[in-house]
Design a protein around this ligand. Structure first.
Ligand code: T3D
Length: 267
């Protein structure tokens, strides 16, 4: 039997999806897109999932599009008929980025190794990005005559500003994990020896938190980018009104007053 292209595991509220094409640095084929989309949908619809971890097997996180996959790149002879790369983006990468950014649970990118092309931007779509010190990030697109996709043109300037975004996109240089942390591209980089345990502790912590509030914070922060200050304050009030009617809010306050740990359960 063929091995799955996405390995799915579950432990105490934490669903882990591990891309599993290690020989090609977990680059995306049409088949891997299909398995990942199904696994993300299943996680979104499973109330036992309270945190999602996205990672890769072997020495890569994800090298973006598999440039040899005929499903996406059927016609790559120089001088041959043009390939509709936009169609691949619409079919695969846009739904992927939108799905990750709208998951009903917090999403952690556990960047175990090199993250290139759409693989780098898939990581940046996640809520919290932690990289192993040996990992790196490459906006590889310019090297093959493309622009950053999977949300890259939107995410990069917002994360690191225009100057860094342009240098990363135009030069396509490999950025070491600790430099990615230094410029604010990712949350943090940790030593390889403690990478897995740090991810386990972080994911377990997120899984024990008030899920609905966490994803509402993500939505509010994202929405704020298109709002002026007064509108953002009003938006906060609207969202807080909804959260204030939730079980988790009552539980959080009751637990605080009783000096006991809260047991959150909304999703
Ligand atoms: O249709 C469309 O194209 C639209 C979609 C676009 C989205 C995109 O993601 S476009 C960008 C695609 N990705 C890239 O251009 C990255 C290409 N890979 C690299 O630049 C390098 O491999 C890395 C910087 C990621 C890592 O370099 P290194 O030296 O650590 O490893 P390597 O030796 O280059 O790669 C190891 C193996 O993985 C190698 O196979 P081999 O020789 O051992 O049999 C290599 O060919 C394979 N591999 C790496 N990336 C890809 C890949 N195979 C297919 N597609 C890849 N993207």
């Amino acid at each position: 039997m063929e091995e799955p292209l996405v390995l799915v595991s579950h432990d105490a509220g934490v669903r882990t999806l591990k891309l599993n094409r290690a020989k090609a640095l977990n680059s995306f084929t049409g088949a891997m897109h299909g398995e990942l989309a199904a696994a993300l949908e299943a996680a979104a619809n499973d109330r036992d999932v309270r945190c999602l971890v996205l990672t890769g097997s072997g020495r890569g996180f994800c090298a973006g599009q598999d440039l040899a996959d005929p499903v996406v790149a059927p016609n790559l002879e120089p001088g041959g008929a043009p390939t509709d790369v936009g169609a691949a983006i619409e079919r695969y990468y846009k739904p992927l980025a939108l799905r990750v950014r709208s998951m009903p649970v917090p999403v952690v990118a556990a960047v175990n190794g090199v993250a290139a092309g759409a693989g780098a931007n898939l990581a940046l779509c996640c809520d919290i990005v932690v990289a192993a010190r040996s990992a790196s990030f490459v906006q590889a697109f310019a090297k093959i005559g493309l622009i950053p996709d999977c949300g890259g043109t939107w995410l990069l300037p917002r994360l690191v500003g225009r100057a860094q975004a342009l240098a990363l996109s135009l030069l396509g240089d490999k950025l070491a994990a600790e430099d990615a942390e230094r410029i604010g591209l990712i949350w943090k980089c940790v030593d390889d020896a403690v990478f897995e345990s740090e991810i386990r502790v972080l994911a377990a912590r997120l899984a024990s938190m008030p899920t609905r509030a966490l994803v509402t914070a993500r939505a509010a922060i994202d929405a704020s980018q298109g709002l002026d200050f007064a509108a953002a304050l009003s938006h906060e009030a609207d969202l807080q009104r909804v959260l204030g009617a939730s079980y988790d809010y009552l539980e959080g306050v009751a637990a605080f007053m009783a000096k006991r740990p809260a047991i959150f359960s909304d999703r």
